[in-house]
Ligand binder design. Structure first.
Ligand SMILES: Nc1ncnc2c1ncn2[C@@H]1O[C@H](COP(=O)(O)OP(=O)(O)OP(=O)(O)O)[C@@H](O)[C@H]1O
Ligand SMILES: [Mg+2]
Length: 293
């Protein structure tokens, strides 16, 4: 089963985290088992989920203690330290189960030290080995990884563990160059780690435009920019798939980090997200059919 998907773009602030958490949360509210993995040391995905479910990695102030947060001991740092199943290792050292459908491997600032220490091939393979050893693919319908905006130890570790990657972009004049560069970097990774990719491929699910105003208020400039990117010869040659559906702007994201569309009463965003997920599912299903031929 190929169900591990990284949200990846080397450009910052393009909606990777927002889309990852919204797709994951929506799927989990609709009866799918979802594991979110926060590979970004900035930990934005973790911050949203912790705020919503009332968790902290530890108390920082007395006020926090009084607010009765639950303390979470699971962290991605434990995954980066992971080599093999030994006695005493429990799934709960890595995964925080939020409810029957949604779980997270939370990000952790301590994970910054893995980058500093150069990671090493053991840590680079850690997410992949963890997923295999703990039969994570079989236990969840979707495993969604939020990546940082850099090409680094973290993205290598995420991609070595992934079956697919999806690239959110906010359209601007550098978007084409950015995606071209992303493809070059992924191709190079595939060459360096050729043995890993011989057995199971890493496929691009496509590019999705994010934070796009509703049809009526979309500017002529933005519309033209999107048309130019979709029509670009460079991306055409790379056979980049563009999602038909765009991720619409929703101003609530900037107001509350624990805002989730699936819980909101925004019919507009809900229906937008539903269409994105239908497309997301169909691209994954098609890619899985092709890979079995
Ligand atoms: N659909 C949307 N509507 C409104 N605001 C959005 C939308 N998507 C993302 N944003 C906002 O854009 C900003 C960047 O989004 P986000 O953090 O998801 O990007 P990112 O690619 O994960 O960034 P980074 O590269 O720093 O990890 C955030 O303030 C977020 O709230
Ligand atoms: Mg992010």
């Amino acid at each position: 089963m190929r169900n591990v998907i990284s949200f990846l773009n080397m450009k910052g602030g393009v909606g990777k985290t927002t889309l990852c958490k919204e797709i994951g949360y929506y799927l989990s509210r609709n009866g799918k088992k979802v594991l979110l993995i926060d590979v970004d040391p900035q930990g934005n995905l973790t911050q949203s989920i912790f705020e919503k479910y009332n968790y902290k990695h530890h108390y920082e102030t007395e006020t926090e203690r009084n607010r009765k947060f639950q303390v979470c001991t699971a962290t991605i740092s434990n995954v980066f330290d992971y080599t093999s199943v030994v006695e005493g290792v429990k799934e709960s050292d890595f995964i925080l189960k939020l409810d029957d459908y949604l779980s997270i491997i939370p990000g952790d600032l301590n994970a910054v030290f893995f980058e500093r220490s150069g990671g090493g091939s053991e840590s680079e393979n850690a997410i992949k080995n963890f997923i295999e050893d703990f039969k994570i693919r079989e236990s969840y319908d979707y495993i969604l990884m939020d990546c940082p905006p850099t090409f680094s130890f973290y993205t290598t570790a995420a991609l070595l563990a992934s079956d697919f990657y999806l690239s959110p972009i906010h359209p601007d004049s550098y978007s084409v160059l950015g995606i071209d560069l992303l493809f070059q970097v992924v191709e190079r990774l595939k060459k360096v780690y050729r043995d890993r990719f011989k057995t199971t491929p890493l496929d691009h699910l496509g590019v999705i435009f994010t934070n796009i105003p509703r049809d009526a208020s979309i500017s002529i400039g933005m519309r033209k920019m999107m048309g130019d990117i979709r029509g670009s010869q460079t991306l055409d040659e790379l056979e980049v798939n563009f999602f038909k559906e765009v991720f619409q702007t929703n101003r609530e994201f900037n107001k509350r980090i624990d805002y989730f569309i699936a819980d909101s009463n925004s019919d507009y965003s809900y229906s937008n997200l539903r269409k994105i997920i239908i497309e997301f599912d169909s691209v994954i299903t098609n890619a899985n059919v092709v890979s079995q031929i």
